[in-house]
Each structure stands twice: as C-alpha cells, then as structure tokens.
Design a protein around this ligand. Structure first.
Ligand code: ADP
Ligand code: MG
Length: 267
C-alpha cells in the first residue's frame, strides 16, 4: 500500500439527489461519495500500537470485508470508528464531517451502527423486547411496527415472543443484527458475525448481509472464514500488525502470495 494521507480530490461533479454533498469550503475535502475515511488513524495501548497510521476509506453502498490474523487490529479499527476507543492520533471523517471527537452515542445518531464480537442480546427478554430495548435507547414512541418489520427483515418473523435464550446461536446473531438495523444506520459494522456458527446458519447470515447491502446499507464485515468472505464481498482489506497490508478484490487477495503467507496459512 502506498500511503495516501492526502484527502481525495473533490470530484467537482454536480451531486445527484442521493449523493451526500460536502459543504462548500469544507476544510476536510472528503470526497462526496466517500462515506467513511480515516487519515493517519492510530491507536496505542501503552507501548502497543494496535492501529498504526491507517488510511482507510469506504464508499457509500460498499460491502467491505476486513480480514487479517488474530491481533491484527480489526476489532480496534471498528471500535475507533464507533468511538468506543478514542484515537491516539489521526482523523475519522464520516458523511463529510470530522467525527473523531464525537461520543459513541452521537455517532450512532449520525448513522454508524455496530454489532460487536461478543453477544449482546438480553437472554431473559423476548426477541421483540430485545429490538424494543435497542430502539428505546434513541427514540420514544410506539415501536410495534418497527419491531415487526425488523424481525421480518432478519428472518425471525415468528420469533417475536420467543425468549432470546431459546433462540439458536445463529438466530441470536440475526437478532443482534436486527437490534442495530432497527436504528436505521447508514453504515453497519459487523465483527465476526458467523464465528462458531454452522454452515446453514452461515448461509442465512450471508444472505441477510447481502440483502441489507442490496437495500443500500454500507457494511464493513470482519470475518475469518475466507469462504464466507468470498460469498459476500467484492472488495477486501487485509489488516496486519495494525497496518493495511493489502486491498483488492477477493480474487486478488486470494491469489496474493504475501497475503497467503501472513493470513491464509500457506508456507
Ligand atoms: P483483531 O480483532 O484483529 O484480532 P484486536 O483489534 O482485538 O485484533 O487487537 C489488536 C491488538 O491490540 C492486540 O495485540 C490486542 O491484544 C491489543 N488490544 C486490543 N484491545 C486492547 C485493550 N483494550 N487494551 C490493551 N490492548 C488491547
Ligand atoms: Mg477481533
């Protein structure tokens, strides 16, 4: 990767109705179609540099997979984007604005949703109550219609009254995705959504992720299983030791010798 810390050139194109317009004279110079961009993003934990001057960008409507060995910094990068971790150095631009110093709550409000690696469903509540809990954090009112449509969207239309602890692992993962999409994010970050799932459950999540993307949601998905990545993503970013090691199509990544050495386990 050649470092490219300069903001992308302004396209100068006339924005269509669906193109987010960076305000004239905006100091960031972030490209209008770039939804998320980091510049020199760095996170140190004491002496350990978990994310090392990363310039990462994703366009609106993309479905990007983030892969890399254990400890590469994948989860840390997502946590920086959501504001769960504070950046040590560098900038994060989202939707044309500098969000580096915004609270996690404010970033959710602006449309950044995340499903973390560890399960976050409330076991003793029903599926519907879990969705309600997620929405209530940011809104007031009657949510029955949102809850119904969300459960349908994640393929759990008949599970509303079922206690979350009685759902299969795969259904719980889909419920968690429901809890994030119920807030209508424009960017969804998924950290290992199929870890520990059966083939059948992986298929269901792959279908869901692709459908969400087809419906216009921009996604960044961290995943270890290269076959799953192959099924859902066109573009892949490989992270290694806190740096972007390679970026390209799944075919390019799969055939890249150096990537195979560090990641795919080939000698
Ligand atoms: P990945 O998700 O790619 O497996 P992580 O982002 O979880 O990697 O971790 C990257 C590096 O940062 C690892 O060396 C990990 O031990 C370290 N790390 C992650 N979170 C913390 C933390 N809260 N405190 C200290 N070190 C951390
Ligand atoms: Mg991780």
């Amino acid at each position: 990767m050649t470092p490219d810390s300069e903001p992308k050139e302004q396209s100068g194109a006339v924005a269509g109705p669906n193109v987010r317009q960076t305000p004239a004279g905006d100091a960031t110079g972030v490209d209008t179609e770039t939804l998320l961009q980091t510049q020199g993003l760095t996170k140190r934990f004491g002496g350990l540099t978990a994310i090392d001057s990363v310039d990462f960008a994703i366009e609106e409507g993309e479905l990007r997979c983030l892969i890399g060995p254990n400890g590469a910094g994948k989860s840390t990068l997502l946590k920086l984007i959501t504001g769960r971790h504070e950046a040590t150095e560098g900038k994060i631009y989202y939707d044309g604005a500098d969000v580096t110093d915004l609270s996690p709550h404010e970033r959710v409000r602006r449309g950044i949703g995340i499903k973390f690696q560890s399960p976050a469903v409330f076991d003793s509540l029903t599926a519907a109550e879990n969705i309600r809990m997620a929405i209530q954090r940011t809104e007031d009112g009657d949510f029955s219609e949102s809850i119904r449509s969300t459960l349908e969207r994640v393929g759990l239309p008949e599970k509303g009254d079922v206690q979350a602890s009685s759902l299969s692992h795969g259904q719980q993962q889909r419920l968690e995705i429901g809890m994030t999409i119920a807030l209508s994010p424009s960017l969804l970050l998924l950290d290992e959504p199929v870890a520990g799932l059966s083939m059948e459950e992986r298929e269901a999540i792959a279908d869901l992720v692709r459908t969400l993307n087809d419906d216009g949601l921009t996604l960044i998905v961290i995943e270890h299983d290269i076959d799953f990545v192959d099924r859902i993503a066109d573009q892949v970013t490989v992270l290694n030791q806190g740096e972007i090691f390679q970026e390209g199509s799944i075919e390019e990544i799969r055939s890249d010798e150096a990537v195979r050495r560090i990641y795919l386990g080939d000698a």
